[in-house]
Every structure is written in C-alpha cells, then in structure tokens.
Write a new protein. Structure first.
Length: 241
C-alpha cells in the first residue's frame, strides 16, 4: 500500500503546476470571502447568533466547499481521469496490483491533497481576515470550522472522487458533482437528515446555533465519514479483483 501511495504522489508531483494550482484555489477561496464581506453581504440569523465574525466564517465554509470542489475535480483529474485518457487503467489491472488497494491508495492521495488545500485555506483566512476584513478571530469558532471543513464539507470532495472514479468523461463528472451538491442543498427542507450531511451540515451548524455543539459536530462528522467510506467502497467495486 505504501508503495502504491508513493507512486501516486510521484505521478502527481511530476506535473509541476499542481502545488501552484492548489495554492491558487486556497487564495481564491479567501479573496471571494473578503469581497463578500466588503460588499457587506450578510445572513441575519447568523449575525444575531455570532456577530460579524460568525458571518465571515459562515461564508468561508460555503465558499471553501465550492472552490474546494473545483480543487477536488482538478486533483481527481490528475489521479483518475488521466488513467482513462491514457488508457492505463487496464494496464494497472493486468499488473500485480490489488484493485482494492489501488482504489484506496488513490483515495488516500486524493484526500491528502484536498487536506492541504483545506488546511492552507484556513491558515490563509487568519491574515486575510485581519488585513482585508479587519475582523477579530474567535479561535474557538475557528476550531469548529476546522472540524466542519475537514470531516463534514470533505464529504463533497469524497463524492467527487467517487464520481470521477466511475465516470470516464471529465465534463460529465464535473456537472454530476455540482448537481449532487445542489440537490443535497435543495432537499434539506424536506429531508431533515440532509442537515447532517455535506456542506449543508456546515451552514446548518451556523444557522441553528450548533457551532459549539460538540454532539452535533461529532454526529455529523462520523455520519459523513461513514457515508463517504461506503461510497468509496461501492464506486470502487468494479476495480476489485
């Protein structure tokens, strides 16, 4: 497994633009948040609960997920779609590779690069908020946001991985990923469980006053990890030997 992970990282690092693109996505995320704050776009419910800093972090969660989804598409393209384009999937399957291990290795590398994007965008938020937004940072709230973007919003990135693992056509995979996120947000009023899944759970945490609710954050995180792992298993089954 470690050998497979190292090989996947080497393949990605061979393309020198990867670190610049991921850095660019993190910078873009924070610049969009700064612009929204400059235009004084707000959410009255969140403002009443947590003040201006809460509103800033509320928008950070949504923008981080959207920009992060495009980052996930890019990373997925590098480690999955390129295998289809270069017709190397069959070659990989004919070698002495365990299909299950290959899918898991690619997933680990995928989440590694997504985690780099997530972590860098959060770290970058601190100076951006000080310089451009000029807001004080509630580090307790920022800790909750860290949990949300890593374990809850990351569900959206896992979905994108599964889609690109299964769908050969990159534009179709991109559209499918965006549609699923839109649908998830649309059904939240009908199916309450949607409030615990994906980016919806992140915004719901703010709107419902659950940002500091450890039980809510833990439940949502575990639920997203469990569903995400199930999706990876199901979508990767066609590669298992």
């Amino acid at each position: 497994m470690q050998c497979l992970i190292r090989e996947e990282i080497k393949k990605i690092q061979a393309d020198k633009c990867v670190p610049y693109v991921i850095t660019g996505f993190a910078v873009l995320c924070n610049l969009i948040v700064a612009v929204l704050c400059k235009f004084d776009v707000t959410n009255e419910d969140v403002l009443a609960l947590y003040g201006k800093n809460g509103v800033n972090l509320y928008f950070f969660i949504g923008i981080n997920t959207l920009v992060g989804l495009f980052c996930a598409m890019f990373v997925g393209y590098m480690i999955l779609t390129k295998e289809y384009i270069n017709d190397t999937w069959d070659l990989l399957m004919t070698k002495l590779f365990d299909g299950k291990k290959l899918v898991v290795a690619k997933f680990i590398v995928f989440m590694l690069y997504q985690s780099i994007y997530i972590l860098f965008s959060i770290v970058l938020y601190i100076p951006i908020s000080k310089l451009l937004i000029r807001a004080d940072i509630d580090f307790r709230m920022l800790g909750s946001v860290l949990i949300i973007v890593f374990f809850i919003n990351a569900f959206c990135y896992i979905l994108q991985y599964c889609i690109q693992l299964y769908v050969k056509n990159f534009p179709i995979a991109v559209v499918s990923g965006l549609l699923l996120i839109y649908i998830l947000g649309s059904i939240r009023k009908i199916v309450h469980i949607a409030n615990y899944i994906g980016t919806v759970a992140g915004t719901y945490a703010f709107e419902s006053g659950n940002v500091y609710n450890a039980k809510f954050l833990a439940t949502s995180s575990l639920l997203n990890v469990a569903i995400g792992a199930t999706f990876v298993y199901i979508s990767g089954k066609k590669f298992y030997s």
